[in-house]
Write a protein that binds this ligand. Structure first.
Ligand SMILES: [Fe+2]
Length: 359
């Protein structure tokens, strides 16, 4: 990005044609709270500049071109609009009043059994900034969930900036390599290494700084399509450390595999290291790494959860669910509520990432 002062640009204006100069100034000033900044020539005004809400409009009498469409972000659009959210200025410019803070829209769940095989080195799509993506839940359960296997083949600095996401849930699990990250109010940048994961609570500012070659992460989010905003006003790291800070009912979580304790899983003969996601999300979501401890199969069972997802980190197994399927590293499976499933022939080195909603 080029610094504005380097370009010596000091401001910006949108030029709008305007036959009714006086009436249009009145509309923007009296109705919408703009201020008149300039008007000339004094004897027969032909140009006026009105400014407000971060926008400068240059109204030119006799100007050419379309009258334009402005969106005004309002805390209470209906209080401004008084009978309609689309206004038309005397010069023809359409002014749309929209909610400044839109709630996250979570589409209804379309449950389904989704099995996604790694298939050697294929199945990757080119994403932004040299990243490769595998969609682990094509169809995305109606747009409610997305799970991506992301790979950065060549390491080095990542051209990222401070940003945040409007989400209900979002986590990143590091499969191989490492990535250097920094989060708002969570201290200095740190390395997320293989086996580690983070919970990105709604709207926490963060930045990806650097990665190793061959970095692979699994990213899960709800909803599948969500808004991302840059925040150029904030510099990371922030001076204050506030690990318990609440972000939309959740707190930031960093789970470090090397410090984790193993405990019994819900299925006898298996153990897991829990990431603490349940506590950090107040029960919204759970994430854990599961491995056999004596057993090689799970009983045939159903669940009643909104979301049940496995990613094979290591080892092999079979999955009995609408047929029998061989599972290998890189495979992912999403199982809908009410559909019986069981794992069998679990290799001793089997390692699964399990993510569930609720926890
Ligand atoms: Fe992000």
């Amino acid at each position: 990005m080029i610094a504005a002062d380097k370009l010596r640009i000091t401001g910006a204006e949108v030029v709008l044609p305007c036959a009714e100069l006086e009436a249009t100034i009145g509309f923007f000033r009296d109705r919408l709270g703009f201020e008149l900044e300039a008007i000339f020539p004094a004897d027969a005004p032909a140009v006026a500049v009105v400014a407000g809400h971060g926008l400068r409009l240059r109204l030119e009498r006799g100007g050419e071109g379309p009258a334009g469409h402005i969106r005004l972000l309002c805390r209470e659009p209906d209080a401004v609009a008084q009978g309609g959210r689309m206004l038309t200025a005397p010069n023809g410019t359409r002014v749309e009043l929209v909610e400044a803070e839109t709630p996250v829209v979570v589409p209804p769940l379309k449950p389904g059994f989704v099995l996604s095989h790694m298939e050697g080195d294929g199945g990757w799509d080119k994403g932004r900034a040299g990243m490769l993506y595998r969609d682990l839940i094509p169809g995305r359960l109606g747009g409610r969930f997305i799970a991506s296997h992301i790979r950065i083949p060549s390491g080095g600095p990542v051209p990222d900036y401070v940003h945040f996401h409007k989400v209900r849930f979002q986590m990143i699990f590091c499969r191989t390599g490492w990535v250097r990250l920094v989060y708002e109010d969570q201290g200095p940048p740190f390395l997320m290494q293989a086996g580690d994961c983070v919970l990105q609570p709604p709207e926490i500012r963060h930045r990806v700084l650097e990665s190793s070659a061959g970095l692979e992460v699994i990213e899960l989010a709800c909803p599948a399509v969500h808004e991302t905003f840059a925040d150029s006003t904030l510099t990371l790291p922030t001076p204050h450390l506030n690990p318990r800070r609440d972000f939309g009912g959740q707190r930031f979580l960093r789970h470090v595999a090397a410090q984790a304790r193993w405990q019994p899983w819900r299925v006898l003969g298996f153990e897991c290291r829990d990431t603490g996601m349940g506590e950090a999300t107040r029960g919204l979501a759970g994430a854990r790494v599961v491995r056999p401890k004596g057993a090689s199969e799970t009983p045939r069972e159903t669940h009643d959860r909104e979301f049940q997802f496995f990613f094979v980190l290591d080892g092999t197994a079979t999955l009995a669910c609408e047929g029998t399927h061989a599972l290998a590293p890189g495979d992912a499976v999403t199982i809908p509520a009410g559909l019986p499933y069981a794992l069998g022939a679990c290799a001793d080195n089997l390692s699964l990432l399990e993510v569930t909603l609720p926890a």
